[in-house]
Design a protein around this ligand. Structure first.
Ligand SMILES: Cc1cc2nc3c(=O)[nH]c(=O)nc-3n(C[C@H](O)[C@H](O)[C@H](O)COP(=O)(O)O)c2cc1C
Length: 211
């Protein structure tokens, strides 16, 4: 029905449909600001990896994003299972979910491990002692224990290590650099779902997908 013929009081709720380029831009903007935001659900992501037995997944903190070059970084213990898996199978999927916005992002990435180089040194230097404490574990993550173990020497309890004590964790610290090969966007809505695919490598491409 033409707008002029609509019953009085009826509202036209025609929303401007964002372009593929706009969706891609706003997604990367949210990713880029998430590491500095306590509230943004994109501050946490699920990292899905391949293993010789199948698949594995776990939550990690998104530490850094380069929206221009399409890189993201997270931190982990160099002795952890995920590092062993990523060394054998460097591709991974990073999964984000924003419940408020009803938005899922899936980033397909190629990972690179940094332990003894300037990348790891720089990120370690910027890490406060509360985070460094997590790398003081005397035990390889995932080893079986007769009793619960807090993940750092028990004498620290709730206290923070000194800057000097925290340096003991450097040898266990790893940065995982993720080069984003492609990103999939999915927005849920009663008015219709929006699904789009953005490829960066081997060549750039943007396309709508059927949800
Ligand atoms: C909210 C949340 C954030 C986490 N952040 C990290 C993180 O940034 N890095 C990390 O290695 N593990 C993090 N973990 C723990 C991992 O999920 C996982 O239990 C641990 O790294 C061992 O995983 P793996 O055996 O697959 O290596 C986090 C867990 C939760 C629940």
């Amino acid at each position: 029905m033409p707008i002029s013929e609509q019953p009085s009081g009826a509202k036209t709720t025609q929303k401007k449909v964002p372009s593929l380029a706009e969706l891609e831009h706003t997604s990367w903007q949210q990713l880029a600001s998430a590491p500095e935001s306590e509230q943004d659900p994109f501050k946490f992501m699920t990292v899905a990896t391949c293993t010789s037995k199948g698949a594995d997944a776990r939550m990690v903190v998104l530490r850094q994003v380069d929206a221009g070059r399409k890189y993201v970084w997270f931190h982990t213990d160099a002795r952890s299972e995920k590092v062993i898996q990523l060394e054998a199978f460097p591709t991974a999927t990073l999964l984000f979910w924003d419940n408020k916005k009803q938005l899922q992002l899936r980033l397909m990435v190629e990972t690179r491990l940094h332990t003894d180089d300037y990348v790891a040194d720089d990120q370690w230097r910027a890490l406060w002692t509360g985070n460094r404490k997590l790398y003081l574990s005397e035990l390889k993550p995932g080893t079986e224990q007769p009793t619960p173990y807090p993940g750092f020497p028990v004498h620290f309890g709730e206290n923070l290590p000194t800057e000097q004590e925290s340096e003991e964790g450097r040898k266990n610290f790893a940065v995982i650099e993720c080069r984003v090969l492609s990103m999939e966007y999915l927005h849920l809505s009663r008015a219709g779902q929006t699904r789009a695919f953005f490829q960066y490598e081997p060549e750039s491409k943007m396309v709508w997908l059927a949800p």
